[in-house]
Design a protein around this ligand. Structure first.
Ligand code: ATP
Length: 261
């Protein structure tokens, strides 16, 4: 079954489409096999969150949009999972907030960076950074710390969807304002972030774009107020509570589920 053959009314439509995209990403040489494992972990958390955007994640998306609009040099970091799952949406977000796109891989190879950059260009990106590799994130072993000097190294705000915890901590130590998209509120990256968006990348990226468009005419003072009022710890707690409370359980299946007749 290909992505387009997944029936729209299938109860797990979104997760099946996601799996197909990741599989296609691996086949195309843009997603690593490790990326398959990350996807499985994300899917489990999305299931526990009820596969929906929590109000706290929507607040985070709005704060992220405000933070990006206020930034001087915002950069969106793109890895193999992001490129496979939401290439067009990521390009649109970059355009909406005036951010650069930089390919940044945990398992770095020049070949894969090139493929991802080409893939982003096929989805409308003009300029993609990540190929120069002339900068570094201090405190990481060389291959994992390679970035562009005029990209992530010089950025004031970075969006790091699905970032690993060590790199999120190292970027934080560089003084970057970090916006992390990650479905696991207990993972180190969202816990390091200034703005953690605990939501599926597929929902979160277009949501930040929508908020950015909505805030396009907002004054700097208004944007600063939105960013300052966002409470990262409260957002993480809200996501954890939703998971522990089994947020999906209170939405009983309409077909009567497995309960007594
Ligand atoms: P950390 O080092 O921060 O503790 P980790 O080891 O838990 O991270 P990785 O395996 O490096 O995480 O990366 C996978 C992360 O990406 C997981 O936290 C997973 O929930 C998240 N993830 C996977 N797919 C998605 C997705 N589509 N949207 C949002 N988050 C996702």
């Amino acid at each position: 079954m290909t992505e387009t053959e997944v029936p729209e009314d299938h109860p797990r439509h979104a997760s099946l489409v996601t799996r197909h995209r990741i599989e296609a990403g691996v086949e195309k040489g843009i997603t690593s096999k490790q990326g398959l494992i990350a996807e499985g972990r994300g899917e489990a958390f999305d299931y526990l969150l009820g596969e929906r955007t929590l109000p706290s994640a929507d607040d985070a998306a709005r704060a992220a949009a405000a933070t990006l609009l206020l930034a001087d040099r915002p950069v969106i970091s793109v890895n193999g999972n992001v490129a496979a799952l939401a290439p067009g949406e990521t390009v649109e977000l970059a355009e909406a907030v005036g951010a650069d796109l930089e390919v940044n891989l945990f398992n770095h190879t020049d070949e894969r960076v090139r493929r991802i950059a080409d893939h982003l260009r096929e989805h409308g990106a003009d300029d993609v950074k990540g190929l120069a590799g002339d900068g570094e994130i201090p405190g990481l072993e060389h291959a994992r710390g390679v970035v562009d000097a005029d990209g992530i190294e010089a950025a004031d705000v970075v969006v790091v969807p699905l970032e690993d915890g060590d790199r999120a901590a190292a970027l934080d130590a560089m003084g970057k304002t970090e916006i992390v998209i990650d479905l696991n509120p207990g993972s180190r990256s969202p816990r390091t972030a200034d703005v953690p968006i605990v939501d599926n990348l597929l929902r979160a990226v277009p949501n930040v774009t929508a908020h950015a468009r909505d805030l396009a005419d907002a004054s700097p003072a208004e944007l600063e107020r939105i960013a300052a009022e966002f409470d990262a710890d409260a957002a993480l707690d809200a996501a954890e509570t939703a998971i522990r409370g089994g947020s999906f359980a209170d939405e009983a299946p309409s077909d009567g589920g497995a309960g007594p007749a």
